[in-house]
Design a protein around this ligand. Sequence first.
Ligand SMILES: Cc1cc2nc3c(=O)[nH]c(=O)nc-3n(C[C@H](O)[C@H](O)[C@H](O)COP(=O)(O)OP(=O)(O)OC[C@H]3O[C@@H](n4cnc5c(N)ncnc54)[C@H](O)[C@@H]3O)c2cc1C
Ligand SMILES: NC(=O)c1ccc[n+]([C@@H]2O[C@H](COP(=O)([O-])OP(=O)(O)OC[C@H]3O[C@@H](n4cnc5c(N)ncnc54)[C@H](O)[C@@H]3O)[C@@H](O)[C@H]2O)c1
Length: 456
Amino acid sequence: MTDIYDALVIGAGMAGVAAATKTASKGWRVGIVDALPYGGTCALRGCDPKKILRRGAEVVDAARLMAGKGIDTGGLSINWEDLMKHKHGFTDPVPESMEQDLKAHGVETLHGVATFTGPTQVDVGGTPYEAAKILIATGAVPRPLGFPGHEHVIDSSEFLNLEVLPPRIVFIGGGFISFEFAHIAARAGSAPIILDRGERPLKSFDADLVELLINRGSDAGVEVRRLTSVTAITKSSSGYTLHTDIPGTSDTSGARQTLQADLVVHGAGRVAELSRLNLEAGQIDHGHHGVKVSGHLQSLTNPAVYAAGDAADTAGLPLTPIAVIEAKVAASNMLKSATSVPDYAATPTAVFTVPELVRVGMLEHEANDSGLNIDVRYTDTSQWYSNYRLGETAGAAKILVDRDTDLIVGAHLFGHGYAELANTISLAMKHRLTTRQLKSTTAVYPSTGSDLSSML
Ligand SMILES: Cc1cc2nc3c(=O)[nH]c(=O)nc-3n(C[C@H](O)[C@H](O)[C@H](O)COP(=O)(O)OP(=O)(O)OC[C@H]3O[C@@H](n4cnc5c(N)ncnc54)[C@H](O)[C@@H]3O)c2cc1C
Ligand SMILES: NC(=O)c1ccc[n+]([C@@H]2O[C@H](COP(=O)([O-])OP(=O)(O)OC[C@H]3O[C@@H](n4cnc5c(N)ncnc54)[C@H](O)[C@@H]3O)[C@@H](O)[C@H]2O)c1
């Protein structure tokens, strides 16, 4: 007999769990299904384990900055095996505790691959289910790489489970994943190289601050090669050979180069994971960026279906807080047959390198193109007390202020602890606090927060 739900949620990551809990708390009969152990990307294969490994890198980097300043770094190193155990101490209990929590909220938990068999019908491992509303929250997977030898490339999940970190690691793509992982690997004793096909890695971040990050990373052992596309990977007796193309310019002809690696890691972008859903049977329109939805997250072609998080084609970035916001809005709209839309304003985002690179709001060129009268407040913070104290010699802030309203429209920060500053700036932007109001707020001194006033 077919089980009938008020709502069936496909995917037990941040989006799916948030939506299932919310709809069940309103008395709906809710089922949730995942093909993998519960927890999704962020908790098991992304943000959280990544930042635990990054802690090892932070400690090593912090000690090295203090070498000759009272800290003896002789013998300092990361024990990768122990750091991994520390990570597993967090990740291993997640699936069980998450599933128990869902059950405690009255959600029925299912396991297996979900496949649509009709507009409101879903099959899980041969068992048919029917639901009045279905939320697709299936996340994203690494973008397929088309070149010969792509099967030798490991993905971010595999990197976060490596038992041994080899010396020569090449990252394909100059985005979030490659930079974060390369910064960890360098402090753990490897020699990482990031290859990006474009001229400018981390394109969605401030170009000036990205250059500072690349220079700081270089001092720590992270090499970045631009305009370099991988055309093939072959296995060799001592690891892998990467064949790359470097395009010519008006002055130079193109070049082909090879480089050797013990490990090649995918950091070339992610795409919505819709491959196993059989969306055609559900009459659900979709594209490369995910399930096509209206502003209120309802499928454009099947009114019973909603989508949220990395699997949804929305204006929201593929980030955890966005997945959660979208899931809550989708759940609320399903519950009330409403059409509220997610508020993406002033979403802060950080690349967790050491130190981190942060963005809130518009880039400088976007602010200029928008026709606003922008005051660009750039500060080199490298010599500030807060950096001196750490032995750090890199840091900067670029804050874009609308001269007419005194409101911040964009903020770009590179430095230790600046992700927390971005939270304050995001709050100010969302609630329309002027820089004058922000400067009149008293911060603990000395603290990273007390730097904000001077940055403004
Ligand atoms: C290495 C890495 C680091 C990251 N770091 C950060 C960070 O620091 N900060 C940040 O904000 N974001 C970060 N992100 C992005 C963040 O993890 C995602 O935006 C977020 O996890 C998306 O959540 P979601 O619920 O949409 O999808 P997911 O968490 O991916 O959950 C989707 C679930 O659906 C399941 N599924 C898929 N298809 C099916 C099917 N047909 N049937 C059943 N189940 C299915 C999957 O098994 C998965 O468990 C990172 C991502 C990666 C890869
Ligand atoms: N701290 C965080 O919030 C965080 C961390 C990791 C991942 N994420 C999320 O996961 C998503 C995916 O991360 P990502 O780092 O894989 O992608 P990304 O979109 O950040 O960067 C991909 C990069 O790879 C380059 N590229 C693509 N194909 C290439 C090729 N064949 N050869 C060389 N370069 C190539 C692109 O030009 C781009 O610079 C991010 O967009 C982000 O939303 C977030």
